[in-house]
Ligand binder design. Structure first.
Ligand code: BDR
Ligand code: CA
Length: 330
């Protein structure tokens, strides 16, 4: 039986891969996508979610627009320098004729969880604003989730600041509600998939080359990831591209790919240099599971297989060149 999965995301190059991984996987049914402002603004993350689903032939999956702004403090910057102005590394997808549903992200999540015939897994790959809203306004509904898998945080260094990973940095107050003080009537099993494991789950330029010759969807992903690779090379000196959001989705689909430790996680909501830090106390009263290790070969093989299995609707091979240049400089 397929398990229902909801995805709250800010596409975003790697969010696109998380959507596609879920759509391709027979083990789960992607029952809805909700959007949040993060990598780019909400208009763009919502349009991208719609277009990615349509490209994969799943324009029927409902998309609901969520929060554009964090709870308390406005974002000083988004992540266009990493994801491109269009959020997809300059790759342009055919515009879906579908629009977002006439409901907010919160409403779609609540309705889906309430009406699902079995408990829903929620995967969050953007700032946690919508999820915190769910926890604050509908704690009883949130308590019915089978599991929450969050891409965010780090036991070690951050990527947005020395102390903070981007998704947590973007809305630390929301992350505090979800990770540090959930306050739900029944705790939801929560897994934090942070940089300690996502940095290890990465494609090399050779992997991207292989992806490029494996069908239209895989080739589009490779083109977008090439942009991401350049950004990570420029900002972090990396010569591989981490698959942050697809790893969170892969762990939700195939639990156990990520090895976890139970821990108390204190999100830093101060305004100093460590704002957005996730302080992981492995010996404290545990609130969440934190990823400490990952089965890299199995995870990469799983994600790659899903991407390669998809054929792009409305696109032919010859069109690829005009839909995103090869950003990989070798
Ligand atoms: C996270 O930040 C975003 O830029 C990515 O989409 C991912 O969710 C990685 O730190
Ligand atoms: Ca993301």
């Amino acid at each position: 039986m397929t398990r229902p999965v909801l995805l709250d995301c800010d596409p975003g190059i790697d969010d696109m891969l998380a959507i596609l991984t879920a759509v391709a996987s027979p083990e789960v049914e992607l029952v809805g996508v909700t959007t949040v402002g993060g990598n780019v603004g909400i208009d763009t993350t919502t349009r991208n979610a719609l277009d990615v689903l349509a490209m994969a032939g799943r324009a029927d999956i409902p998309v609901a627009r969520g929060a554009d702004r964090p709870y308390l403090r406005s974002l000083s910057a988004r992540a266009e320098s990493v994801h491109g102005d269009n959020g997809l590394g300059g790759v342009t997808l055919p515009t879906s004729s579908a629009g977002p549903v006439d409901a907010t992200a919160l409403e779609l999540i609540v309705e889906t969880v309430r009406t699902a015939t079995e408990p829903v897994t929620l995967v969050a790959t953007g700032p946690l604003t919508n999820v915190a809203h769910l926890f604050a306004v509908h704690p009883n509904v949130a308590s019915r989730l089978a599991r929450l898998v969050v891409m965010g945080g780090s036991i070690g260094a951050g990527n947005r600041t020395p102390a903070a990973e981007f998704n947590i940095w973007a809305d630390p107050e929301a992350a505090y509600r979800v990770l540090t003080e959930p306050g739900l009537p029944r705790p939801v099993p929560t897994t934090l998939v942070g940089l300690d494991v996502t940095y290890r789950t990465a494609y090399s330029p050779d992997d991207l080359d292989r992806l490029r010759s494996a069908g239209t969807v895989a080739a589009l992903c490779a083109n977008a990831l090439g942009y991401y690779l350049s950004a990570y090379g420029r900002d972090h000196g990396m010569d591989v591209v981490p698959l942050h959001d697809p790893l969170a989705m892969a762990e939700a689909i195939r639990p156990g790919l990520v090895t976890v430790a139970r821990a108390f996680v204190e999100v830093d909501t101060t305004t100093g240099p460590s704002r957005g830090n996730t302080l992981v106390d492995l010996y404290g009263r545990p609130t969440v599971e934190v990823g400490v290790d990952v089965d890299v070969p199995s995870t990469l093989d799983f994600i790659t297989t899903q991407l390669e299995s998809l054929a792009a609707v409305g696109l032919v091979e010859g069109e690829l060149a005009s839909r995103g240049r090869d950003w990989v400089s070798r």
